[in-house]
Ligand binder design. Sequence first.
Ligand SMILES: *[C@@H]1O[C@H](CO)[C@@H](O)[C@H](O)[C@H]1NC(C)=O
Ligand SMILES: *[C@@H]1O[C@H](CO)[C@@H](O)[C@H](O)[C@H]1NC(C)=O
Length: 412
Amino acid sequence: MKLGLLFLLYLISVNADSYSPLSYVDRPCGDDLTNLWLDVIAVVDNSRGMTVNGLNYVSIFSLTMPSSLFTKFQIASNIASVFGFGTRIGLNASEPRTTRLGLVTYNSVATQMADLNQYQSLHDAFNRIFDDLSNTVDTTESYLSTGLTLAEKMFNDQSVNSTRAHYQKVVIVYASKYQTNGESNPESIADRLKLSGVKIITVAYGNAYGLMKSLSIIASPGFAFSNLVVSPGNLVGQVQTSLLESNCFCPDGWVQYRESYFDPASSRYGVCVQLVSLQANWLSAKMSCINRNSNLATEFNQDKHDFIFNVARNTKGFAPPYKYHIGLNYVSASWAWTQPTDRQQVPLQQPLMWLSGNPKPASTQSGVMNMQSGQGTGWISIAEMTGSANYVCETYSCDTDNYCDENMNKKQ
Ligand SMILES: *[C@@H]1O[C@H](CO)[C@@H](O)[C@H](O)[C@H]1NC(C)=O
Ligand SMILES: *[C@@H]1O[C@H](CO)[C@@H](O)[C@H](O)[C@H]1NC(C)=O
């Protein structure tokens, strides 16, 4: 059974990154599961509720296996499947893009079944997770607070202040019920974890009253799932998507571009922007971004234009009337967006956001900045070497295609 499933999982392959800015859309987050680089702790309820709720679930496997074994098989196979697309589990001296996987079970108390260094390959994890989840405890008590507390301690002891400190941290909760006991409220522990940057994915097993709603509060926005709503294949996909999103982030001092500034849960791009409050002419601003391993920002569409404006309005050192350089410039007889030195500049397309009277003759005014006009901003052309303003740099995010080391230097 184990080997059969493992074989199946290895058959599925994943596309490499093929983004080009010439497509005139912003870069999506990397989506290569083989290159996932995270520290993950699975926190699994092993109280009696887990077995009971597993019975609600019908699958061909359940016909061939005792029910008590079935839920454990289901969770173990979910965890194994999530990473089964070739994610490198464990450490590898020559490849930093690896994922460590720890395992905690909980009922009235929590137990560390595997520390973050135990599983040293996908095969290893796959074989041992089944054994590590083999004992269901005959209790109806299931306190998620105990599991989250232990996961927090494991991160503190095994990841924070280690050579993996800069890896994004994720907890995946598998729970059959939601109970609180006195002072240890899972919500406050979850809030503390999320504030420290840990992402929480939840999977509700069964339909215990209020379970999904309670777990949605524990989960990071958009990361609460259920084994009932969708087929198991989709559940695997949902958890994988959440892991890829968790792996897509910006270094301190950079803001990740998302569809809507005002909706933190709106979809995120593999793009980071930095608003620099230093007065510079257009050319110096361009050089300064290059020195930050980035380029002056692009505005391919209205959403991006608005997003940058809203970040500016909330950045210290930016004040009305807002004005800041962006990466549009006139070269070789046409307008184009600057790109990193090794990439082709991107010819300007619609939509155009010129303020009226712009652009002026490009012979003297071949740089561009945003200038406040009413409640928004628009582009005005400016001389590249005179006049000064703040500016906006842009770079690719850290994600499965771009490993960022502890100093947040990107390597592809
Ligand atoms: C470590 O990574 C290298 C480069 O990706 C790979 O060739 C090698 O097989 C890996 N070693 C182990 C033990 O997985
Ligand atoms: C990490 O190191 C810093 C500085 O030495 C220390 O203040 C902090 O308590 C450490 N954190 C953990 C979780 O060990």
